[in-house]
Ligand binder design. Sequence first.
Ligand SMILES: [Zn+2]
Length: 182
Amino acid sequence: MGRRGIIQDKRDNLVKDLKETTLSFKKLGNKYGVSRQRVHAFCTAQGIKRPLRPKGHQTKGCHFCEKLIEISKRLHSEFISIHTIAKETGGSTGKCSYHLRTLRDKGLVSQRFGRLLSKRLEEAYVIYFTKGLPVHIIEQKIGISNFRWLIRRHRELGWNVPPSLCPIRATQGSRFETRDEG
Ligand SMILES: [Zn+2]
């Protein structure tokens, strides 16, 4: 068998790996001693359709997932924004989303954990949960105008937004959050 044959062998194996495994281009590149880009280009040139990776990743033993689960156990964790989660775990929001998707699929965290995208809304909720201020005051403090609407919207979507801590004072009119569903 000449040199050409060996290369052909290599190609055949690579084609087989591309078709039958979900190994990344990078890993295949390492295996065959070529760059990730070359594997990708080869795959495209050959018109090979790669098998789909199994959904999600192995969460057991994943330290990143462990951190996420820890955070998800906190009180009102659904109201922690993805930015804060990223900061605390030391990952990007993209990385968090990736791991969270699997954790949600496996039911290891709440469906709503990590869905809050706005840091400001998180701040508004922190005040809401701890300070007992009227909603319109929170709106002023944080600089958002639709917090009341968002609370209602979240409740409709099944978020567990507890009643406001703000004592209801009838004289202050109906602008307070006074309707808490039973
Ligand atoms: Zn993970």
